[in-house]
Design a protein. Structure first.
Length: 196
């Protein structure tokens, strides 16, 4: 396999709806987390979380500023499973609180609340395809409440998890042109994981 021409390795994208090459890439992602574990029954642990993945401030200039995750699991801080996924690590700013509890030795419970905003009002809500290049629809995607309940049915062999995610749309999701939400998303699931 030979080396590719250096121009093939340059960042590409669209500027004003036209495909362009050799665009300057300036993107970043930051994750901050601080928590405290309390003593006593149910072993509560409370975490403050903050994530910021840059968005493109001006979709019509020659600079790409939107952060992209190339690899990794779809299950992370922004939602329960791969098929839910309204939030990606791209053009998002989200502070949140997460509480974990252990009511019994083989039970674990988690609740999470997140405020979801676009990092750049002029860039796309990645995953939805909705964007407002004028920025007049605001930055608020909405607020999300998530919960999960995990039971180790057979220790080190089988776990059962059930959970939910409730997303209440904010101003951007309700006002951006092309969006026609028929109610706020409600997601429920049950999963079984076995280890051999």
């Amino acid at each position: 396999m030979g080396l590719r021409d250096r121009d093939d390795l340059a960042a590409g994208g669209t500027v004003g709806g036209v495909a362009e090459r050799n665009l300057e890439q300036r993107a970043y992602f930051a994750h901050v987390e601080a928590g405290y574990g309390f003593r006593g029954a149910w072993q509560p642990t409370l975490l403050f979380q903050y994530d910021l993945a840059s968005g493109d401030r001006d979709p019509n200039d020659a600079s790409l500023e939107r952060f992209f995750s190339l690899f990794g699991s779809r299950r992370f801080d922004f939602g329960p499973t791969g098929i839910y996924g309204p939030i990606a690590r791209s053009n998002v700013e989200t502070p949140g609180l997460r509480l974990t509890l252990v009511p019994q030795p083989r039970w674990q419970t988690m609740f999470s609340y997140r405020v979801l905003k676009l990092a750049s009002a002029r860039d796309q809500w990645v995953g939805s395809g909705w964007s407002d290049p004028t920025g007049q629809s605001g930055r608020s995607i909405g607020n999300q409440l998530e919960g999960s309940f995990t039971w180790a049915a057979i220790e080190h062999r089988l776990s059962i998890e059930t959970g939910f995610a409730l997303l209440e749309y904010g101003r951007f999701a309700r006002e951006v042109q092309g969006a026609a939400p028929r109610g706020d998303p409600r997601y429920f699931y049950v999963a079984a994981t076995t280890t051999f």
